[in-house]
Write a protein that binds this ligand. Structure first.
Ligand SMILES: Cc1cc2nc3c(=O)[nH]c(=O)nc-3n(C[C@H](O)[C@H](O)[C@H](O)COP(=O)(O)O)c2cc1C
Length: 217
């Protein structure tokens, strides 16, 4: 392994949100490489404006400098100002620096003190996405659709259909509290909704009563 590879091999232990490791390396020669950062804001719910990815990139670059010190080298890091915001790009040059001391944090880069499992890649359900949007609660379960035209003889039309209920607590007074009920076909697709805009459920304002949404776990 060449010295730049050794340095990157240690630096890549840097933490990243959801362990996305939002970086790729382009080795130019033994003393120069490019760090191609990319953030995951387009598909990762938590990568708001790419900030968590930027924090991870900062940790990676800090690790590069620390790892370089273990080879008596100084890392000069320059951010390319013309790179898109979502793809921060850095030129790194390694220079011999006999005066530099091994950073005291170097032994800790590869130390792991927590148990980590691989990130699940299953898509988020619509209900979870909507809850994360804030201000609303969502309940996922199954529902039965009955025709209650005749109250004494309700007719079951569909049983155990996937159902999503969303609720908005608009605060006091309850005038802007709202609910939606959406039934899906078990095979996919919409069965029926109390409100639908062509893409997603639309809540119906409550005529009476109130919805209370409280943060939970
Ligand atoms: C910006 C950022 C945000 C993170 N957020 C969380 C978090 O919310 N919960 C958590 O358990 N770990 C969080 N982590 C830790 C990462 O999941 C962890 O770094 C990654 O899975 C790799 O594991 P390791 O650091 O033990 O190598 C975060 C890390 C970074 C850099």
């Amino acid at each position: 392994m060449r010295v730049n590879e050794k340095i990157l091999d240690l630096a890549r232990w840097a933490p990243s949100g959801d362990n996305t490791q939002p970086w790729r390396f382009e080795l130019l020669d033994e003393r120069r490489f490019i760090v191609h950062g990319f953030d995951t804001r387009d598909w990762c719910l938590y990568d708001i404006d790419g900030r968590p990815s930027q924090i991870a990139l900062g940790a990676l670059l800090e690790n590069v400098a620390i790892a370089a010190s273990t080879h008596s080298m100084r890392a000069s890091i320059t951010r390319r100002i013309d790179a898109p915001d979502a793809q921060p790009t850095f030129d790194v040059r390694l220079d011999e620096a006999p005066d530099i001391e091994t950073d005291s944090l170097a032994p800790y880069i590869a130390v792991r003190s927590v148990q980590r499992r691989a990130l699940a890649t299953r898509p988020l359900s619509m209900a979870i996405k909507r809850t994360a949007d804030g201000g609303i609660a969502a309940i996922v379960g199954t529902g039965t659709l009955s025709d209650v035209t005749s109250k004494s003889k309700p007719i079951v039309i569909a049983e155990a259909m996937p159902m999503v209920v969303t609720a908005t607590d608009g605060g006091q007074p309850a005038a802007s509290d709202a609910l939606s009920f959406t039934l899906y076909k078990p095979t996919g697709g919409l069965w029926m909704a109390t409100g639908w805009d062509g893409i997603r459920a639309v809540e119906t304002p409550l005529q009476q009563g109130a919805v209370g949404v409280h943060p939970g776990n």
